[in-house]
Write a protein that binds this ligand. Structure first.
Ligand code: GRF
Length: 213
């Protein structure tokens, strides 16, 4: 909070590649001016991502940076340019289907989060719901984690679990997990934004060691 009592909001970009239902959940939460992250950009690597139209209809600036047909360095440089143009300080990956390179990830370390549809470290990668069913787990869920160079390996910030039911299909289980994602991601992004905006104050100095008598 600044001196006028106004909450300082962390300028945040959401990166998507498709449907954008997690993006929609984040935008809904951030519509509250008291939410600690302000969504200033929705960026997609695909022009046909459904989420783009939803973001634009809510007045959120959008950008398309195509990944196809260009090398990773050029792609990531174009993303960095767009992020800089919007003065972005925090990135939320929400169904962004490109692996970002080590240089990009290192630059944004601690300021880039992702949501993954499993209870990591279980089931990194794709097809998590079918794999959870095949493994016979009793509970499945989702994870919000900081992004590190290893895919789906970064430090876990929060998880939500759901039961696996006897008659579940990957679709029914996936829908249950997705509903949990839509609750978990806004809450966790808020926690991180608050932490970034309000770093821990320094500890007060240690009292002097009492002198021995
Ligand atoms: C979600 O299941 C998310 O966990 C994963 O990709 C999916 C994206 O869905 N990373 P949506 O685009 O947010 O609807």
């Amino acid at each position: 909070m600044n001196q006028g009592g106004v909450v300082a909001r962390v300028r945040t970009a959401i990166l998507i590649s498709g449907r954008g239902s997690n993006m929609t959940a984040l935008l809904a939460a951030a519509a509250d001016p008291a939410y600690p992250a302000e969504i200033v950009l929705v960026l997609s690597n695909r022009a046909d991502a459904d989420g783009l139209a939803h973001a634009a209809s809510g007045g959120i600036p959008t950008a398309i940076i195509p990944s196809r047909g260009r090398d990773r360095a050029t792609f990531e440089h174009a993303i960095e340019d767009e992020l800089a143009r919007h003065d972005v300080a925090l990135i939320a990956l929400a169904g962004f289907m490109r692996v970002l390179g080590e240089g990009f990830v290192t630059r944004w370390q601690g300021r880039m989060v992702n949501i993954h549809p499993s209870l990591l470290p279980a089931f990194p990668g794709l097809d998590t719901h079918a794999r959870a069913l095949a493994a016979g787990v009793a509970r499945h869920g989702c994870t919000v984690h900081l992004v590190s160079a290893g895919v789906d390996e970064g430090p876990v910030l929060a998880q939500a679990s759901v039961p696996v039911l006897a008659d579940d299909t990957p679709q029914s289980l996936g829908a249950r997990v997705l509903a949990a994602e839509h609750r978990l991601y806004p809450a966790t992004l808020a926690m991180l934004a608050r932490r970034l905006a309000n770093p821990l104050p320094a500890l007060s100095p240690l009292p002097k060691t009492p002198s021995k008598t």
